[in-house]
Structures are given as structure tokens and as C-alpha cells.
Design a protein around this ligand. Structure first.
Ligand code: BG6
Length: 356
């Protein structure tokens, strides 16, 4: 049923804090002592040399966010791979493969798994459909508990996949000798605060997302920049905007700005910055504003001292500022509605692509 909004996507965006709470309630208690990890039958992380995460589109972005937990907290070499390109990979033994797909039927993901040599290691499927082809193919399966998602452009399955993968990774790392205990503790605390952070983002951005959509209704192109753990949300913001509004959107690591994309910035060019607390972003922002670009900054912590904004350093979780995806989804939807697009069924796209 369609709730508050006329479209499914609006409701699915709104549902994200609830979905996050469901995942955290179900999985967070099993992080400690590696219960979740061992319950899935996964090998101890000390027997794994590397993690390879595969997926397409938004599921690939969820994989990139999850990769940050294995590499930043566990020091484990971790790559997130585009499933359709995985055929060119050299697979090494003692690799944990995590295949992410909300439908579990994406042909590119299933084909990538066919190319795995038998001795490569274990495959964990992270899916919203535990009876899918992907789930049947994998050695272990975890359901991301998002509930049915009707909108073709993924929203709540993204949040559910990120948090499910984060719980699994943190659980594996609690019993690993390589994990940084301080970072691990901070991540577990940040996890329980996530549903609230998502609902604050949703409630704060309802009006501003529509206002920004009105301001940028005629913009022909958009830039999304981030650094470190913020980059993946910039990528997801650009993807949502393309899918829904049919406008050009590009994401880049902010450090690459001066190596090319800055040439795109002109008076009024919309530039979304996902702030993960890296102080170098101040310079990137100055470069954009000096050319007249219009910066929309997300994720920062600001204190007002005597009326002046004071940007605080932010030490966020290893999967980055997940809550920034909410305003990015809301903005993409608002712009698409203004442009009379069908936000639930963008042209040329399908919810599940079963051919490769
Ligand atoms: C695309 C969908 O076709 O497939 C995207 O439009 C999705 O929303 C991508 O992210 C991957 O799908 P899945 O089911 O493998 O997560």
C-alpha cells in the first residue's frame, strides 16, 4: 500500500529508520563474541587473507561501504568489484567472497560466481530474498530484512544491506586478532545510534530537499564529491539522481577535482559534498565556490559560536556517514517529481536484471 506519499519510493525512503532499527535489533546483539559470524558458518577471519565483495549498482555501493569496516577496523585487504567485470579477476585462495544483491537474481552477480575457482574460499550471499538463486548458490546466506521494495531505484534495501553487512563484518572482527579494539567499540556504538541518525536526516531534509529541487530544476549537470568513507554516499547520490531525474550526475573523489572535474564548475553548478570529517574538504569547497559553484554540504557537524559556524572534526564510523544518503535520495525524488518523472519506474530500468 502507498502510505504518506503518492509513490512507493517516498514511503520506502521514510521507512528507512524502521528498517535500520529492525536490522540493528536482530543482529547487533549477536555481534559480540562473533556469534553472528559463527552462526553463519563462516571461517575465522584469521584464516582469511582478503575479502572480495561483488554487486551491481546500489548493491555495489553497499559493498563499498561494508568494505570500509573490514579494511579500516580489521586491516584486511578488501575490494568491492563490479560484478559484470569480475570475470577478469585473478582469484586467490583464502578469499571470502561476499555477493550482494537485493533480488538475488541479478545475472551479472550469478555469472561472476560461476567464474570462481572451486578452491577460492567461501561465498556469503547478502540479499533481500533468502530463497533466490544467489542464496541457493552461496555457502552462507544472510537476509538484509528490508521487506518488499517496489520502487525500482533501491533505497531501503541499500540501508538494510549496509547495516547487515556492517554487523556481519563487526561480528567477524570481534574474534579476530587483527581488529583495532577502539575502532571496533566505536563502531558498535555508532551502529545503535544509526536509526536515530537516519530519522533526524529524514525529518530535517523534508522541506529543504523540495526547495533545492526547485532551485536546480533547470540544472543540466550535478557533481557529487566526497573523500574517504564519504565517497560511496556521493556515488549513491549521483546514481539516484541519474536514475530518477535523467539528468547527468558525476561522482568523484574530491581530491580529483583539480585533475579534471573542476572544468565543469561554473556559476550556479550544483556540487554536493559528502563530508566524512576530512579537513581537506575545506580546500575543495573553496575551489568550487571560487568558480561560483553552489555547494550543498551534507554530513558535517557544525556548532554556532556567536552566530559564526564552527565546523567540528567528525570521527564517524568505518562505514562512513550513512545518514547522508537520505537527503540525497529525497533530493533526487523531489527533482524527479518536479520534472514529472515516474519515480517508481524510471525509464529503461528494471528492478531486477536477469540477463547479462
Ligand atoms: C538494477 C536496479 O537493475 O539492479 C538497481 O535498478 C539495483 O536498483 C541493481 O541496484 C542491482 O540489483 P540487485 O537486485 O542485484 O541488488
Amino acid at each position: 500500500t502507498k502510505g504518506r506519499h503518492r509513490d512507493h519510493m517516498g514511503n520506502e525512503i521514510d521507512e528507512q529508520p524502521l528498517v535500520a532499527q529492525r536490522v540493528v535489533d536482530a543482529l547487533a546483539p549477536a555481534i559480540t563474541d562473533g556469534l553472528l559470524w559463527r552462526g553463519l558458518g563462516l571461517p575465522p577471519l584469521d584464516e582469511i587473507d582478503r575479502v572480495a565483495i561483488i554487486g551491481c549498482g546500489t548493491s555495489l555501493h553497499a559493498g563499498r561501504a561494508i568494505a570500509g569496516v573490514f579494511s579500516r577496523v580489521g586491516g584486511l585487504p578488501t575490494r568491492a568489484l563490479v560484478a559484470s567485470e569480475a570475470a577478469h579477476e585473478v582469484w586467490e585462495p583464502r578469499t571470502l567472497v561476499i555477493a550482494i544483491s537485493q533480488s538475488g537474481e541479478t545475472a551479472d552477480v550469478l555469472r561472476a560466481l560461476q567464474g570462481l575457482p572451486a578452491e577460492h574460499g567461501t561465498v556469503l550471499a547478502l540479499t533481500n530474498n533468502p530463497s533466490s538463486s544467489l542464496a541457493r548458490r552461496a555457502d552462507a546466506v544472510i537476509d538484509c530484512l528490508a521487506g518488499p521494495e517496489i520502487g525500482v531505484a533501491a533505497t531501503k534495501t541499500f540501508v538494510a544491506q549496509v547495516l547487515t553487512g556492517v554487523c556481519v563484518a563487526l561480528s567477524g572482527l570481534t574474534v579476530s586478532h587483527r581488529a583495532d579494539a577502539t575502532l571496533l567499540d566505536a563502531d558498535v556504538r555508532a551502529l545503535t545510534a544509526t536509526p536515530e541518525a537516519l530519522s533526524t536526516a529524514r525529518d530535517t531534509w523534508r522541506g529543504p530537499a523540495a526547495t533545492l529541487a526547485a532551485e536546480f530544476a533547470r540544472a543540466s549537470g550535478f557533481l557529487f564529491l566526497g573523500r574517504g568513507a564519504g565517497l560511496v554516499y556521493a556515488a549513491e547520490g549521483a546514481l539516484k539522481l541519474k536514475e530518477l531525474s535523467y539528468r547527468w550526475a558525476e561522482h568523484q573523489p574530491a581530491g580529483e577535482l583539480k585533475h579534471g572535474p573542476l572544468a565543469l564548475v561554473d556559476a550556479g553548478t550544483p556540487v554536493f559534498i559528502v563530508d566524512d570529517g576530512d579537513p581537506r574538504l575545506e580546500v575543495d569547497i573553496a575551489e568550487v565556490t571560487a568558480r561560483g559553484g553552489r555547494v550543498i554540504r551534507l554530513g558535517e557537524r557544525i556548532l554556532r559560536v556567536g552566530g559564526l559556524p564552527l565546523h567540528l572534526p567528525r570521527t564517524g564510523p568505518s562505514w562512513g556517514p550513512l545518514e547522508t544518503v537520505v537527503p540525497l535520495q529525497m533530493f533526487a525524488r523531489e527533482l524527479a517529481l518536479r520534472l514529472h518523472r515516474d519515480v517508481d519506474k524510471p525509464r529503461n530500468l528494471a528492478k531486477s536484471v536477469t540477463v547479462s
